[in-house]
Design a protein around this ligand. Structure first.
Ligand code: FAD
Length: 517
């Protein structure tokens, strides 16, 4: 009798942005609301508060998510104005901008052969030849990106790639697709109502929410997906926000949507991230339009200057279109699960979208919540403790990795860049690793936790793309496989040349998918 009373049989999610719908989808898929003993999942979404409507870059994990949730790749392309994304091209991050723009790629997860043969020390020794970038020596993908090609062919099976990929997508259209799929396929109940009050029981747990349109809705467990507002976990349960703006300085985004100049304009299969005086600009090509945003620190530049820089970047086309200003809270909650409430999405935390980590972290959290969801309330504290430790590690690792991009820059055209490389603004964990890697090669064992979002491959691309110096001379004797390395570099070059002849452009491939699907 007692055990029955403690069963969790109704989960209430508040918030219908991407985070809310990802949470609802993963929970409902796992906990089967329509099964006899299933757990009911209800999502409440305010009709008055719009979703943030940005978040257009994803990483390859999104492919697994879509597949798991039963969405076909063709259906996804049809509904989301989506294109393929193979990586991020970082422009002007290393030095102050000149007419010769410096750039490097941080690819997604396409890093062939590292398990069998790590070419990094040989590239550092200069065996790949003068001027060849690190990325081009260990992966085909930069060469595919430079040639403006897609990561696969029309005959490649859904969700598989010749090179690895994620997507660029329209955030509002993606939310709409997730909504339809969660309700129709996974049995989520959708209520459009504004939560006006959150009610607690004597144990300080959330008992119910009072909505304007539908009155009181009670539940056993609550998921806070109310965006930056963080109504349940933050405002009601009082879990503090850990501000990280002393490490990552950008605090505003100015966005603009621009149509293509012609129907056959090139759509890059990578995000372009161009460093600016006090931040950076993202440039994302969807099928119907570009989404461009200037992310900057209001401590180091004014909103007017930021808008001027954004419009100058876009060119005369920008004159016809309005911008939208989005203030951003940089940091995360001290805990992500407290009592009977977990937070996901912007309510959980946010750092600037430099590596498109938002959806990645929220999707991973939603999956973890669903997989480990307790059936009984009496095990909830154990699951909550693990959840809090793991998500904290993920956030800390994201912060370190994003900071790395700023810390390695040699730019000095604004105090923003100088302050970014001060030790007092940089986490010790990152400083320690960088100190180590001056004299020894980054190693998979340096990344000891499975909850670190960015690992060895990601670090290598950024470190050596940003000309980080590892003293390879002192280590040279450890890497005697010179001939093998030369063959490796030459094989990559040949394979890339062959692939270039096989692939079509990003736009062509998406159009083919839409017309055949
Ligand atoms: P929101 O979209 O803000 O949704 C909040 C929801 O809560 C809404 O449905 C609202 O109606 C509801 N709500 C609020 N209060 C109440 C209430 N009282 N009652 C009922 N409902 C309520 N992520 C990436 O992965 N890649 C990117 O490239 C990327 N770029 C970004 C750029 C910027 C500038 C920003 C700010 C974020 C970016 N992100 C990116 C993150 C991404 O936008 C978010 O992860 C994602 O949209 C999830 O948002 P959310 O659902 O948490 O919040």
């Amino acid at each position: 009798m007692q055990a029955k009373e403690k069963k969790i049989s109704h989960i209430v999610i508040v918030g219908g942005g991407t985070a809310g719908w990802l949470a609802a989808s993963h929970l409902a898929k796992q906990l089967r609301p329509n099964a006899a003993d299933g757990v009911k999942v209800t999502l409440i979404e305010s009709p008055n508060i719009p979703t943030i409507g940005v978040g257009e870059g994803t990483v390859p994990m999104m492919r697994n998510t879509l597949k798991d949730l039963g969405i076909t790749e063709t259906e996804f392309f049809k509904h989301c104005d989506a294109t393929f994304k193979q990586g991020i091209k970082f422009v002007d991050w290393l030095d102050n901008p000149t007419n010769e723009h410096s750039s490097y790629y941080h690819h997604l997860f396409d890093y062939p052969e590292i398990d069998h043969f790590d070419a990094t020390p040989y590239w550092l020794k200069g065996l790949a030849g003068e001027g060849r970038s690190f990325a081009d020596c260990v992966s085909l993908q930069g060469i595919v990106c430079d040639a403006e090609l897609a990561p696969k062919k029309i005959t490649t099976p859904e969700y598989e790639g010749i090179t690895s990929y994620g997507y660029h997508l329209d955030a509002n259209k993606f939310s709409a697709l997730l909504t339809k799929n969660a309700v129709e396929r996974h049995g989520v109940q959708h209520i459009k109502a504004h939560v006006e009050e959150v009610c607690l029981n004597d144990d300080g747990e959330i008992h119910s929410v009072i909505t304007k349109e539908k009155g009181e809705i009670s539940g056993d467990f609550f998921v806070d997906c109310t965006g930056f507002d963080c109504l349940l976990l933050g405002k009601t349960l009082g879990v503090p926000f850990v501000d990280k703006s002393d490490v990552l300085f950008v605090d505003h985004a100015l966005t603009i949507q621009i149509p293509y100049e012609s129907e056959d304009a090139t759509i890059p299969s990578y995000t372009i991230s161009t460093a600016m005086e006090a931040g950076w600009i993202w440039d994302i090509g969807l099928l119907e339009r570009r989404g461009v945003g200037h992310v900057y620190s209001s401590k180091y530049t004014s909103h007017e200057e930021a808008e001027k820089a954004l419009r100058a970047y876009v060119g005369p086309m920008a004159d016809k279109y309005p911008t939208r200003l989005i203030p951003m809270n940089i940091g995360h909650r001290e805990k992500f699960w407290h009592k009977n409430c977990a937070a996901l999405g912007l309510a959980q935390g946010f750092v600037e979208p430099l590596e498109a980590t938002g959806l990645l972290v929220f999707d991973a959290t939603a999956k973890m919540l669903a997989a480990q969801f307790p059936t009984q309330k009496n095990t909830m504290n154990i699951v909550a403790k693990q959840f809090n430790e793991r998500i904290k590690l993920s956030w800390e690792s994201v912060i370190d990795f994003v900071k790395l991009h700023y810390y390695l820059s040699r730019r000095d055209d604004n105090q923003f860049w100088l302050d970014n490389r001060k030790a007092e603004t940089t986490p010790d964990t990152l400083l320690e690793r960088l100190e180590l890697w001056k004299t020894q090669l980054p190693n998979a064992l340096d990344f000891y936790s499975g909850y670190e979002i960015f690992k060895l491959e990601n670090y290598l691309y950024v470190l050596y793309g940003m000309e980080f110096s590892t003293d390879i001379e002192a280590l040279s004797h450890r890497y005697p496989e010179t001939e093998k390395a030369k063959q490796f570099f030459s094989a990559i070059e040949k394979a890339a040349a062959k692939l270039k002849g096989d692939l079509s452009s990003n736009r062509e491939l998406v159009n083919k998918i839409l017309s055949f699907g």
